[in-house]
Design a protein around this ligand. Structure first.
Ligand SMILES: [Zn+2]
Length: 321
């Protein structure tokens, strides 16, 4: 029977500190305060289990509380502007855009969902300069604060989906069971490495509305691994766009069709986004999320399509192997 996985990269502002849109994103980030409770409520209504990959920094109340927990070994990126440690030196780190212990506590009150990690500092594994030891130090900090908050971290979502084979062994050694790998389709394939990034981005945007990569979902074989399970992404839920509103129904049709196909084939369909993506245009975004969840419910009744967290699915795969 097929599985439905929904994962959220919960990071507030930490994922965009190096990007020019930082200021413009603050509205999105502020909207997360309402978006998380709305999402939890909808998930309850339709029996959906969510996996939240949380940036470790978010578990603290403020900068003062965070500082004693910072690792000694920090990512030595060649580009200093991508490091949150450099950013913190030069920025007024306000609580609203950088910390969310109450929202994490709220998620924890719904034990059907999984609290996973998105690393401690939103760590980039493929960036030049950083080392595997620095990565391990980062994950250990994430585990430490999680443990203090009574959270058992089992799954990992790599920031910008940057993942390296040898880093997965570190994850396994620290007790992780799963991570979210890239989609398997051609737009994420290494064979297309030489295609310019801007062209790939454009094609991915078109693929949101038109099936240029076909129908995405994963088989058991595509998720199993000797290291930790690869609960592969099937699709990024692109938030509602006012500019593209005429073709929004195409996006929805594409997602619902892919879900139906996965349910019929017994595959896993893994949808992901960031809570701040739906922090604006909330009425439109939540109407779309609700129709996805409603469709899941139908597929659950008709085909036994089942909502699972990443760790639950990883444990099942282990059982199969
Ligand atoms: Zn991220």
């Amino acid at each position: 029977m097929g599985n439905f996985v929904v994962s959220l990269d919960f990071e507030l502002i930490w994922g965009v500190i190096d990007l020019p849109m930082l200021e413009g994103y603050k509205g999105n980030v502020r909207g997360v305060q309402q978006a998380i409770p709305r999402l939890l409520e909808l998930a309850d209504r339709y029996g959906i289990k969510l996996t939240f990959g949380v940036v470790g920094f978010l578990l603290f109340k403020n900068r003062k509380e965070l500082e004693p927990y910072l690792p000694e070994l920090r990512p030595s990126y060649l580009k200093p502007n991508i490091s949150p440690y450099t950013y913190m030196k030069n920025t007024d780190v306000d609580n609203e855009c950088h910390f969310a212990p109450d929202l994490v506590a709220m998620i924890k009150q719904h034990p059907q969902h999984e609290l996973a990690t998105h690393t401690f500092c939103h760590y980039y594994c493929m960036e030049a300069g950083q080392t595997i030891e620095e990565f391990e130090a980062d994950l250990k900090c994430a585990l430490k604060i999680a443990q203090e908050k009574g959270i058992d971290l089992k799954s990992l979502i790599f920031p910008r989906n940057q993942c390296k084979a040898e880093y997965l062994k570190i994850c396994k050694g620290l007790g992780f069971t799963s991570y979210r790998g890239n989609e398997t389709n051609m737009l994420h394939s290494e064979n297309y490495e030489n295609v310019p990034e801007i062209l790939k981005r454009m094609l991915r945007l078109i693929d949101t509305y038109l099936p240029i990569t076909g129908s995405n979902s994963s088989t058991v074989e595509e998720m199993e691994s000797d290291v930790i399970a690869n609960i592969r992404a099937s699709r990024f839920f692109r938030p509602y766009s006012n500019t593209l509103r005429i073709i929004e129904p195409l996006k929805m049709r594409r997602i619902l069709k892919e879900m139906t196909k996965a349910a019929k084939k017994g595959n896993t369909y893994h949808l992901w986004w960031h809570p701040h993506n739906v922090g604006i245009n909330q009425e439109e975004n939540f109407a779309q999320i609700e129709s996805i969840f409603r469709h899941y419910k139908r597929l659950n009744e008709e085909y036994g399509f089942e909502s699972k967290t990443m760790n639950e699915l990883a444990n099942e795969l282990k059982g199969n192997g």
